[in-house]
Design a protein around this ligand. Sequence first.
Ligand code: NAD
Length: 246
Amino acid sequence: MLKGKNALVTGASRGIGRAIAIELAKQGANVAVNYAGSEAKAQAVVEELEALGVKAMKLQADVADEESVKAMVKEVVTQFGSLDILVNNAGITRDNLLMRMKEAEFDQVINTNLKGVFVCTKAVTRQMMKQRAGRIVNVASIVGVSGNPGQANYVAAKAGVIGLTKTTAKELASRNILVNAIAPGFISTDMTDELTDEQKEAMLAMIPLGKLGKPEDVAKVVRFLTSEDANYITGQTIHIDGGMVM
Ligand code: NAD
């Protein structure tokens, strides 16, 4: 489905980003694995991708740092020859009730989760415009639609990502660059492993399908949005949440 396409997935050394990288590689795409933390984990993902028969590389960059991101995108284009798919997946949480949330906690989350999407999107746009084709998928969150106590920073960032997706989709449509967002619900990853059993039980009670999602459930939707099957879809936010928010 994606043979010959070249993709960059941010925050791809673990969790949902890793699952997306693997799913795109299974469809034949070459994948650049962006990471900020453990190089060893990023290298392990690169080896998993190469075992699937595609080209892969790891690139360290903070998604919110414009110079590092520009250098990363340049490297991908130099090594792969083009950049057809960007998945803005990198994200962090710094949860706290509004009254207790420190300014730094607010800024860190907005910086990585919202400014990071802006920076990476801007960095790939010129290349995709030249190609007159491109797919961008932004990983938002269902709480960006519904709100969530204790996550003012995260919710504001993810709601911002949904708005940014719509605007970029409109700006880039004439160049055949399609931009969509996905809004996962509760997906079982290292991020959700940090939750208490009580918090997990409360979540399950809100999910009509009665279970947490898996990173692969998210990755398959990204596969669809980056494929020819999604040629006429742009500016949308697809909920992957077991029916939690309807
Ligand atoms: P995770 O913590 O396992 O993965 C996030 C990745 O982003 C990590 O590899 C981390 O190193 C990387 N990252 C963080 N800051 C970065 C930066 N500045 N530059 C580059 N990389 C950076 O979390 P996950 O659950 O796999 O989440 C992936 C995405 O999905 C995030 O955007 C998250 O907000 C979103 N999401 C997750 C859930 C869930 O239930 N797990 C639900 C909705 C949305």
